[in-house]
Write a protein that binds this ligand. Structure first.
Ligand SMILES: [Zn+2]
Length: 502
């Protein structure tokens, strides 16, 4: 995966403009900010555009949720830095101020004070004393002081959160020699250690249940007067203010749903946000995954569990998109042949699915990204996550081609090839087939990789705990790499020639 990511969004009307489109907007530290295009938007109907608009508004309302989930002081830090950025009256030309701006951009980019992949806390390129000077010359009323807190106490806390490298050192710690919960800065557990959290959820588990809900998915676990309880994300609950706005915009979207099925599904999502009920969430997911007719689709909810060291609690995210018809032909061919890939995979027969069900591969164009999907963006998604729903109703798997296209365009002009390609032949191959094969790699990973294989009876989804996400991604990627060089892909007409995969 490339270490750079994107932002913004633009429609292109004709090729002459496309020629001039600048994908690379900015660089700072190790980050690159890319712009992406939304080809095909103009051809959508007015109702489809309205649906995208309202779902996009719903997406934007969750921005602060992800900051808070990533760490309890992230919003305080962001508001403080933004206040300085907007109101500081001192010198903005010196190196320390530039280092301050870079730090702010890193916080924006990672939705918090930790690196979005590496999980380590950012080290600012300026001193605590310099920070005090910034605060002294900015609007005092703009800082988010907590009730009863004076400016000195506020500064002390800010120093600790930003400069103390041992405090909240990692967002998600997966080193099992430490208490995974206590050593992770993410905000899913409060006053609770790993042992207590694991016991709390182990007691809820019913191994005979064939359609188990995802316990703990949408809540923070806290200890109050010695008693553990969940603070549920819902209307009137934790993140209730943001959720109220999300509901408001989804309601606006309802009249523009493309099918009755899609409308039912949006109503179910609203019901879930109102109650926080996880059975309703599963019912919604069944509706969502079986909804394949509309051109416009979306993801909206507390979904991925990578941000929780115990792999149970989900971060909020949203994507609004529409189908790329041309490229969907390619993925349809791959999904239609899913059983062939499953049967011929090199794993032991007991781990193979007898019947690979409902793997729908499609290629989408995203129009809006938010929450945990932004600014660092996935290039493919495969949902829902609940294994029993995947087994009984299938999963939706998508490749986000307008994002991968932006990556490829920037890569071609970055000097990357001159530096890393072995020789001229390899450069030519990459220029000719780079985009095709990297899309195909993502397709194989998402459509076949994650959907392949089965657990032995009695083994639960989260048995691997802190190793789950890493191993699951590796598994899906190995599946893709195993087949990328296969004649079958040429026979299907999705790979121009076997050598393209070189
Ligand atoms: Zn994956």
């Amino acid at each position: 995966m490339l270490g750079s990511i994107l932002s913004a969004c633009n429609t292109v009307e004709n090729t002459s403009k496309e020629d001039k489109f600048e994908f690379l907007v900015e660089r700072f530290a190790e980050f690159r900010i890319l712009k992406y295009q939304v080809p095909g938007f103009d051809e959508l109907s007015l109702n489809q555009k309205k649906l995208i608009y309202y779902l996009s508004q719903a997406a934007l309302c969750g921005r602060d949720i992800i900051y808070d989930q990533n760490g309890k002081y992230n919003l305080m830090v962001r508001h403080s830095l933004e206040n300085i950025y907007q109101t500081y009256t001192g010198n903005k030309e010196n190196e320390e101020y530039k280092a301050f701006v870079v730090y702010l951009k890193k916080v924006w980019f990672s939705n918090g004070i930790h690196h979005h992949y590496g999980m380590d806390k950012f080290v600012p390129g300026f001193t605590p004393a310099y920070m005090d000077g910034l605060i002294a010359n900015s609007d005092k009323n703009g800082f988010p002081l907590m009730g009863g807190q004076n400016l000195d106490a506020f500064k002390e806390l800010l120093h600790k959160v930003i400069f103390d490298k041992d405090y909240m050192a990692k967002r998600v710690n997966l080193d099992p020699s430490k208490d995974l919960v206590a050593s992770s800065a993410c905000n899913f557990y409060l006053g609770v250690d790993q042992h207590e959290a694991e016991n709390f959820y182990a007691s809820m588990k019913d191994t005979d249940d064939t359609t188990p809900i995802s316990h703990g998915l949408n809540s923070r676990l806290v200890k109050e007067n010695g008693i553990l309880k969940e603070e549920v994300y819902k209307l009137g609950g934790l993140y209730g203010e943001a959720i109220e706005k999300i509901i408001f915009w989804i309601e606006k979207a309802l009249p523009y749903a493309e099918t009755e099925h899609q409308q039912q599904e949006l109503n179910k999502l609203i019901a879930y946000y109102k109650t926080g009920d996880l059975e309703t969430w599963d019912e919604y997911n069944v509706l969502w995954v079986t909804d394949t007719v509309p051109l416009v689709d979306y993801v909206n909810g507390f979904i991925e569990v990578y941000g929780d060291p115990l792999g149970m609690k989900a971060t909020w995210e949203s994507i609004v998109n529409f189908k790329n018809m041309e490229a969907t032909r390619r993925t349809k061919l791959i999904s239609e042949n899913a059983q062939w890939f499953e049967d011929n995979s090199p794993v032991a027969p007991v781990f193979k699915k007898k019947k690979v069900k409902g793997v729908t591969g499609k290629v989408i164009t995203v129009a809006q990204l938010a929450g945990d999907c932004y600014p660092a963006t996935p290039i493919g998604i495969n949902l829902p996550n609940a294994n029993w729903i995947r087994k009984e109703h299938g999963s939706k798997s998508v490749t986000i081609e307008n994002i991968t296209y932006a990556y490829d365009q920037v890569m071609l002009e970055s000097g990357f090839l001159d530096e890393f390609a072995y020789n001229e032949d390899e450069k030519e191959l990459i220029k000719k087939y780079g985009s095709v094969t990297s899309n195909l790699h993502t397709d194989l990973h998402e459509i076949l990789g994650h959907g392949s294989g089965q657990l032995l009876p009695g083994v639960s989804d989260d048995a691997l705990k802190n190793y789950h996400s890493t191993l699951e991604e590796t598994r899906a990627d190995l599946f893709a790499l195993y087949y990328i060089y296969d004649q079958k892909l040429v026979d299907l007409g999705v790979l121009p020639e076997v050598d393209a995969a070189k």
